[in-house]
Design a protein around this ligand. Structure first.
Ligand code: SF4
Length: 368
């Protein structure tokens, strides 16, 4: 059987500063670091050719702040991928800050092949943006959306942060309304999580964060609002219109293979998981992929698939493992289905929005 196309993730580890809630690996782009990084990425793409000579149908440039490496370097990276892999009508996504409309020519972005943009809007409310340490404004988001569409890039995703300090339901609804009014085809709605290595972690007691019940209410409010406006809640944090799912991110949740290049990037290729350390200097001087064991086990597949609205379905499960979903999973799921956390049918098992809220707990109860 022909191998399924893979996705390629490029981690761009540069940010002008550090947002207080963020724990992604990034450094400031000093001196010649951007050129050295770009060369190292292109070299690594070429050196991975041998392990995965398969077609590529998605490229995702994430970060960090990919726009900081400028269009000429983004072009070099995309070109290198095109030279090394057979391409199969790829979705090519770049993450952008809304303020970049003044620094980046979106027509040029389109010209080098970018056909999807994920904008880190987070909120339209200035007081929330201030609290999150973001330097852009609502007007930046509006200009970016307008300019992207003018340039012919219509596949736009907006990030929205929910359950932020002092956020009210009305605040969140304003941001969601903005998205529906502007016909945004894809949204990622994340509940703020306070990660240990962040500035927010150090001051968490003074942040007026919502308690668990309020977080749940806010999450279900977003689900209700967006699904009643025609969005499909296709993954725990992701919503889309008209089959506009992120082709790249679906690979993670479908347990499909992908190659990650750049410091801190993870890969799953030929059944093996591996990653690069969180170190730009090491990536430039001596890039080294650290083994993270085998991937694609039954448990892992179930854990990832149950993040999706479609959940575990008999057809895909049989194709992957050659047998039906174990009966014991259905038996364990029954009581959670009665409580409204799980949907059971002859086609399979999936979580409801209420179930998504406690997904880790539920999934381990079903499969472990
Ligand atoms: S949220 Fe985005 S811009 Fe802010 S530090 Fe993290 S990666 Fe950089």
């Amino acid at each position: 059987m022909d191998k399924k196309p893979i996705g390629i993730y490029i981690h761009v580890p540069f940010c002008a500063g550090k947002c207080p809630y963020c724990n992604f690996y990034s450094v400031e782009p000093e001196g010649n670091l951007i050129n050295l990084y770009t060369e190292a990425v292109c070299k690594e793409i070429k050196s991975n050719l041998g392990i995965c000579a398969v077609p590529v149908d998605s490229i995702y440039l994430g970060g960090g702040t990919p726009a900081l490496i400028e269009i000429k370097n983004i072009d070099k990276i995309i070109n290198t991928i095109y030279k090394c892999f057979p391409m199969c009508n790829p979705e090519i996504t770049i993450e952008l800050n809304p303020s970049c409309h003044s620094a980046i020519d979106f027509y040029e972005l389109k010209k080098i092949g970018i056909n999807r943009v994920s904008l880190g809007m987070q909120s339209i409310n200035q007081h929330e943006l201030n609290k999150l340490g973001r330097s852009h404004t609502l007007s930046d988001t509006e200009k970016s959306i307008y300019n992207l569409r003018e340039a012919g890039i219509h596949n736009i995703s907006l990030d929205i942060m929910a359950a932020t300090p002092n956020q009210t339901e009305a605040d969140l609804l304003k941001s969601l309304n903005f998205c529906t009014d502007n016909f945004i085809p894809h949204l990622s709605v994340y509940l703020l999580k306070i990660e240990e290595s962040t500035k927010f972690f150090k001051i968490k007691d003074s942040l007026s964060l919502p308690d668990e019940d309020t977080q749940a209410k806010i999450y279900l409010l977003a689900d209700h609002f967006l699904t009643s406006h025609g969005y499909k809640h296709y993954e725990i944090s992701n919503f889309c219109k008209n089959d506009m799912e992120s082709k790249h991110n679906l690979k993670y949740w479908n347990c499909d293979e992908y190659l990650g290049i750049g410091p801190s990037a993870h890969s799953f290729i030929n059944g093996k998981r591996f990653f690069y350390k969180n170190s730009l200097s090491e990536f430039i001087e001596n890039p080294f992929q650290i083994s993270d064991g085998s991937g694609g086990s039954l448990e892992e597949y179930c854990m990832l698939r149950l993040r999706l609205k479609d959940g575990l379905n008999e057809k895909d499960y049989k194709m992957k493992f050659g047998e039906n979903i174990p009966r014991i999973f259905y038996e364990r799921a029954k009581k959670y289905a009665d409580l409204g956390f799980i949907c059971l049918s002859e086609h399979g098992i999936s979580l409801t929005p209420k179930g998504f809220l406690v997904s880790n707990n539920l999934i381990s109860k079903l499969i472990l």
